[in-house]
Design a protein around this ligand. Structure first.
Ligand SMILES: *Cc1c(COP(=O)(O)O)cnc(C)c1O
Length: 254
């Protein structure tokens, strides 16, 4: 894969911006994982990003993730057996979008982390299905830190209690929080949402919820990953800044 392809150049720029934000926040670059959000990516772009060393892939739609995972995983295994040196060392799928309970069973075996747990009923279904496949499933609690503006995510006032309930489930491992700033927010407004999320994260820690596993803040997208890193993000979810703006869904009709 050519080093100077448009995707490689955009990836370089994003990595530089992540590095600058880390320097500004006096944090190590290794503390921040870039998740490439494949929502707008064409299949060949997904293959290329893996070959550029990015192995964390995020998808918001369960059906698309299910359809793509098989092909992408097969490609990854094949490249690995060819000893491709720039290939990501691991491939991990992150479910970042809203999850309905009737889709839990299908998606669970395919993903390494679910960022979007936001209700007790969903957590209970995840716990039950994870138990069936004898897996302890890592999850993040999605926080609606901007309150009225977002449809999804648990309300700030209910977050600690729900986190406690998830922490008591034998087949779930709560790893931290995920949040989204409202789409129309300025960098300062986004930063306030991320700061609020960090406060709730500190509160969970204070209650010893999740133990040592509680270490992730998934926050920041193409338009606001720098303020997110300044507020402690450990995972940034970047789609359009990498892949461009058009949703590629014709292949699967989603
Ligand atoms: C689409 C999406 C992203 C990526 O958004 P961009 O602005 O394209 O970077 C991140 N997180 C979630 C939950 C998403 O749905």
């Amino acid at each position: 894969m050519a080093r100077n392809s448009p995707l490689a150049e955009r990836l370089d720029q994003i990595r530089q911006r992540i590095a600058s934000a880390c320097a500004k926040a006096k944090r190590q670059e290794s503390e921040v994982t870039l998740i490439a959000v494949t929502k707008t990516a064409a299949p060949e772009q997904i293959r290329e990003i893996l070959q550029l060393g990015v192995g964390d892939l995020g998808e918001s739609r369960v059906q698309v993730l299910t359809q793509r995972a098989a092909q992408v995983n097969e490609f990854f295994v094949r490249q690995k057996s060819h000893g491709n040196e720039s290939l990501a060392s691991k491939l991990r799928w992150h479910l970042i979008g809203h999850l309905q309970r009737n889709k839990v069973k299908a998606v669970l075996p395919l993903v390494q982390l679910i960022h979007s747990v936001d209700s007790l009923r969903l957590a209970e279904e995840l716990d039950a299905q994870a138990g069936r496949i004898q897996r302890r499933m890592p999850v993040l609690l999605q926080l609606n830190a901007s309150e009225e503006k977002s449809k999804f995510g648990v309300a700030v006032g209910a977050a600690v209690h729900l986190a406690e309930q998830i922490d008591s489930m034998p087949n779930l491992q709560i790893m931290g929080l995920m949040t989204m700033a409202p789409l129309d927010s300025t960098p300062d407004e986004a930063r306030a949402v991320f700061a609020r999320t960090r406060e709730i994260f500190e509160e969970l820690k204070w209650h010893k919820i999740g133990g040592n596993s509680l270490r992730h803040l998934s926050m920041g997208m193409s338009g606001d990953f720098e303020p997110a890193i300044l507020e402690g993000a450990t995972m940034v979810r970047i789609g359009t800044a990498l892949f461009g703006g058009e949703v590629h869904d014709s292949e699967d009709g989603a």
